[in-house]
Structures are given as structure tokens and as C-alpha cells.
Design a protein around this ligand. Structure first.
Ligand SMILES: NC(=O)c1ccc[n+]([C@@H]2O[C@H](COP(=O)([O-])OP(=O)(O)OC[C@H]3O[C@@H](n4cnc5c(N)ncnc54)[C@H](OP(=O)(O)O)[C@@H]3O)[C@@H](O)[C@H]2O)c1
Length: 284
């Protein structure tokens, strides 16, 4: 039997509609949530992502502040913009669109850490990462893992005791995803480029999450029958179309539920960014 296709697009649209009501309520108490997005350089993919985030802000009623900076910007110039946004009371969330241009790659992490933790809607500062690690629920959690967990919950509410395998250990996704699933009482295995016997390991997973960036790497024989499969990867194929890290057409014949690319995790990332901005504004 073919898997249930988890419709991230429609789940995200419902989330945004609910949030729009919350934003309206907050506005009546005199607070308009504000999200500042800093885009350095003219990477086409980053421009598309920023455009989608600003569009989502409009839909939900969040005010957006776009800071476009030239690719040649220095570390000091970016620090200065972040400092001003940290001090701006109209801004509740600050997002530094990554990756930064090559000449800034070595200071990218330092720049992220200059964002005030209470405005760090990407959840990447040590304060927010530490809160997630310790299980404190007053921090801001990275958007893509948060959205992925919502998609898993849309098909299965009780994850206790399930074996979750996450392929990928980035700070942005793999590590926070592992923490979220651990909090759900899953038994979590984090795999990466040095993991041995990866297909066999994945085939033991009740929940399989792929975040690698390798088109169609996860084949149907990597998928345990009736597993929930979340495909985080975004890869552009030669024909210009997007595909995930999972071979969708074959995996859907084995899994119980599966996210498509596009239309799965991507829209949830943006919806959770809106949620984090709202949370930051509510805490103001
Ligand atoms: N849908 C969304 O909203 C969204 C958001 C964020 C990211 N993404 C996508 O998700 C993917 C991953 O993003 P990321 O930022 O986490 O990437 P990343 O920082 O490049 O991390 C990739 C991870 O995959 C592991 N890996 C690489 N080759 C592997 C292999 N052959 N076998 C097993 N593991 C392997 C790496 O292992 P090592 O650590 O050992 O190098 C690393 O941990 C990308 O396609 C990205 O575009 C999507």
C-alpha cells in the first residue's frame, strides 16, 4: 500500500491562519511582532528564501524589516547592523540568512552569536541551543527541526519508545532534531558521513529523518516497512526541479507516511519562523 503523503504546505497554511489570529490579539495590546531579515550578497537561493519569509510575515501580520547588504560587506558592518537590531524595540526576531558570502565563512558563527538570544528566531545562539539541550522550554528552537516534529506529530502523536534515525548532525538541523525526538522519548540514533552500514541502520528506524543534501540517497530498501519518513534535503536536479534526499517514488511504497519535496518540510520551516517571532514578541 502506498504511503500517506504528509502535506506540509497545507499544515503550514493552517498554522499561519491560527497565528494570524494570535498576532491580531497581540496587536490589540499594542505590540506588533517584527522580524528583521539580514541578507548579505545576492545568492539566488537565499533571495528566494528571504522573499518567502517576507511574504509569510505579510500573511500573518508580522512586520518585516529587510536589510540587504552588499556581498562585499565586512564583519564589522554586519555586527553594526545586528547591534542596532538588538537594540530596536520594534524588532522581536533577527534572522541572519545563511550561508554568508565565502569571505565571511570563518566569522559566520561569531556573527550568529552576536544576536540577542531573545531575538534569535533561528535558535542558533549558545543560549537557545543550551536551553534545548537541557530541556528548558523557554528558548527558541531552530525552525526546521521544529517543523519536522510537527509533521511527524501530524501522523503519530505518541512517539514514546520509537527508534528514530536522523541522517545528518548539523547544528542547524541534525543536533536539535535529535534533542526534540529525545524529549519525545524516542530512542535516537544520529548518523553522519562516517556512519557504517547506513542502509541497514536506517532500515531499523520507525522514524527516519534525512538531512544530508544528497539527491535521492535514501532508497526503498533503507526504509523499514511502515516507517514515518521525513525528507529535509533540498537538492536541485539537472532539469532544474527540486528533489529531496529520499527516493520518493520507491520509498512511498514502503513507508507508512512520507513528506514530499517540495511541499513538505520547507513550508513548515517558514511557518515555525513566524511562530518563533510571535513567541519572541509575546515574551516582550
Ligand atoms: N527544508 C528546509 O527548510 C531545510 C532547512 C535546512 C536545511 N535543509 C536541507 O537539508 C539538507 C541538510 O542541511 P544541513 O544544513 O543540515 O547540511 P550540512 O550542514 O551540510 O550537514 C549535512 C550532514 O549530512 C552528513 N552527510 C554527508 N554525506 C553523508 C553521507 N554520504 N552519509 C551520511 N551522512 C552524510 C554530514 O556528515 P558529517 O557531519 O560527517 O560531515 C552532515 O552531518 C540540505 O539539503 C539543506 O538544503 C532544508
Amino acid at each position: 500500500m502506498s504511503a500517506q503523503i504528509i502535506d506540509g504546505k497545507s499544515i503550514a497554511a493552517n498554522l499561519r491562519a491560527d497565528m494570524a489570529k494570535e498576532v491580531e490579539k497581540l496587536k490589540t495590546s499594542g505590540i506588533t511582532p517584527g522580524l528583521a531579515v539580514i541578507l548579505v550578497g545576492d545568492d539566488p537561493a537565499s533571495q528566494v528564501y528571504v522573499g518567502s519569509k517576507i511574504k509569510a510575515c505579510k500573511e500573518v501580520g508580522i512586520e518585516s524589516f529587510e536589510h540587504k547588504m552588499p556581498a562585499s560587506s565586512s564583519e564589522q558592518e554586519i555586527r553594526h547592523v545586528i547591534k542596532n537590531l538588538n537594540e530596536n524595540p520594534d524588532v522581536h526576531g533577527i534572522l541572519l540568512q545563511l550561508p554568508l558570502p565565502d569571505h565571511l565563512s570563518e566569522v559566520q558563527e561569531d556573527l550568529v552569536q552576536t544576536i540577542a538570544p531573545e531575538k534569535d528566531v533561528d535558535g542558533l545562539t549558545t543560549t537557545n541551543a543550551g536551553k534545548l539541550f537541557l530541556g528548558h522550554n523557554d528558548g527558541l528552537v531552530p525552525c526546521t527541526p521544529q517543523g519536522s516534529l510537527k509533521l511527524i506529530h501530524s501522523v503519530e502523536t505518541n512517539l514514546s519508545g520509537k527508534h528514530a534515525v536522523i541522517i545528518g548532525r548539523s547544528n542547524l538541523f541534525g543536533k536539535p532534531m535529535a534533542q526534540l525526538l529525545l524529549q519525545e522519548n524516542c530512542t535516537v540514533t544520529t548518523a553522519h558521513s562516517r556512519t557504517q552500514s547506513l542502509p541497514e541502520l536506517c532500515a531499523q528506524a520507525d522514524i527516519l529523518v534525512a538531512a544530508v543534501g544528497r539527491p535521492k540517497m535514501v532508497q526503498d530498501d533503507w526504509v523499514k516497512p511502515d516507517a514515518i519518513v521525513i525528507d529535509v534535503g533540498i537538492n536541485r536536479m539537472e532539469n532544474g526541479k527540486l528533489c529531496g534526499d529520499v527516493d520518493f517514488d520507491t520509498a512511498k511504497e514502503v513507508a507508512s507516511a512520507l513528506t514530499p519535496v517540495p511541499g513538505g518540510v520547507g513550508p513548515m520551516t517558514i511557518a515555525c519562523l513566524m511562530e518563533n517571532t510571535l513567541k519572541a514578541a509575546q515574551a516582550d
